[in-house]
Write a protein that binds this ligand. Structure first.
Ligand code: ACO
Length: 379
């Protein structure tokens, strides 16, 4: 029997703190008018000191699991697409796995810049369609505010923080992720990069002094690249899914710049009501932008059962990707009863206790081994 990967749960998390264009104009030589007209961005969210990519990813994931009424202990795989993981290792996906109590899930991070979420959706859906897994949690999460040079007006006005999550579930109902197109061109890698902190330029006093731990971007070239690939990738994914452009209900592009989205929509001849834009509120949240946009589109009633959606990402790498989805879940989803919400919270509490006990176990074990080695060594 044919298998399909349906999106059955979704959730987003953005920090409370809002940074407006006027706030930025007090920090660098820019203006609300310049940022609005060149990008479409009005404000963005900035993580509080205790918020990280993992904490936002966990909150988005918990909402997605609640919407789907899914048990985290039954998840098979967690993929976190991010360019700003909590650590280089362990993977942020493992932090999410631990916090959710997803005891039988594999977990890994995926690095494809702002395209990460669409790449992850492609990988997760193929894991399901192939029959390997039944439930895959796909997350895009970023804390870009931590890698922004707040004195560089070329970049600091563009980015924001946030996370979005989608739960993919195996189904025999035709639909879900119908096609995926992935692309890369590493020759453009220098156009958008974080030069230091990896094995080529490990973090050092010099790299920090030279600001190499911040985003470096050639905005003009990225703009050209993005306007070139967005519509093209969408067309390729539609052709693979055998879906006509006229049958598209909603086009959700990576929310980097309103002019890039407009150019793609024009090329695809899509009317404004079929194009979702929310970058005015969040700026470019990299791999979180597409899932956050999808969550808000659902909330605004712009997605209905059997609708065809196209989602496109582009970004560092250079990378690009597009997926076509036939929406399979009736909307709106009924609110869960209170007891179920309470039960779910208790489960996350238990996951935290379990994690604490296991960490304690590791410590005790290593202390016992140290004692054993010392005693035997002194014989
Ligand atoms: N305020 C005022 N002036 C500014 C600002 C600012 N914030 N930033 C740049 N300028 C100036 C520049 O210095 C330049 O001045 P100059 O002509 O004297 O040198 C002038 O404005 C025009 O600069 P351009 O680069 O031509 O401006 P453009 O219209 O291309 O807009 C922008 C710049 C918004 C960065 C645009 O190129 C863009 O959006 N590019 C894509 C960026 C992007 O999407 N990046 C993320 C990719 S996804 C990922 O993986 C993270």
């Amino acid at each position: 029997m044919a298998r399909y990967a349906q999106i059955v749960g979704w959730g987003m998390c953005v920090p409370n703190q809002i940074l407006t264009n006027d706030d930025l104009a007090n920090m660098v030589d820019t203006s609300d008018d310049w940022i609005r007209t060149r990008t479409g961005i009005v404000e963005r969210r900035i993580a509080a000191p205790k918020e990280t990519t993992a904490t936002m990813a966990i909150r988005a994931a918990q909402t997605a699991l609640r919407v789907a009424n899914a048990n985290p202990a039954k998840l098979d795989l967690i993929i976190v697409a991010t360019a700003t993981p909590d650590y280089l290792f362990p993977a942020t996906a493992c932090l999410v796995q631990d916090a959710l109590g997803a005891t039988r899930a594999g977990a890994f991070d995926l690095s494809a810049g702002c395209t990460g979420f669409v790449y992850a959706l492609a990988v997760g859906s193929q894991m399901i369609i192939s029959g390997a897994y039944d439930q895959v949690l796909v997350i895009g999460a970023e804390t870009l505010s931590r890698i922004i040079n707040w004195t560089d007006r070329n970049t600091c006005v563009l980015f924001g923080d946030g996370a979005g999550a989608m739960l993919l579930q195996a189904s025999d109902v035709p639909g879900g992720v119908l096609s995926a197109v992935l692309g890369a061109d590493g020759s453009g890698g220098d156009l958008l990069m974080l030069p230091a902190g990896g094995s080529r330029h490990p973090a050092s006093v010099e790299t920090v002094a030279q600001g190499l731990h911040y985003i470096h971007m050639n905005g003009r070239e990225i703009f050209r690249f993005a306007t070139r690939v967005t519509a093209k990738a969408a067309r390729q994914a539609l052709a693979e899914a055998n879906v006509n452009l006229e049958d598209i209900a909603l086009f959700i592009s990576h929310q980097a710049n309103g002019r890039i989205i407009e150019a793609a929509a024009k090329s695809l001849k899509l009317p404004p009501e079929k194009v979702f834009v929310n970058l005015e509120h969040y700026g470019n949240t990299s791999s979180a932008s597409v899932p956050i946009a999808l969550c808000e589109a659902i909330e605004q009633g712009r997605v209905k059962r059997d609708d065809h959606l196209v989602m496109v990402g582009f970004g560092a790498g250079l990378t690009w990707a597009a997926v076509v989805i036939r929406w399979g879940v009736p909307l709106p989803v009924p609110r869960p009863p209170r007891w179920r919400v309470a039960w779910r919270l208790a489960r996350y509490r238990w996951a935290a206790i379990r994690s604490y006990l296991r960490r304690l176990g590791w410590k005790i074990l290593s202390a016992v081994i140290r004692l054993f080695v010392r005693d035997n060594g002194s014989d």
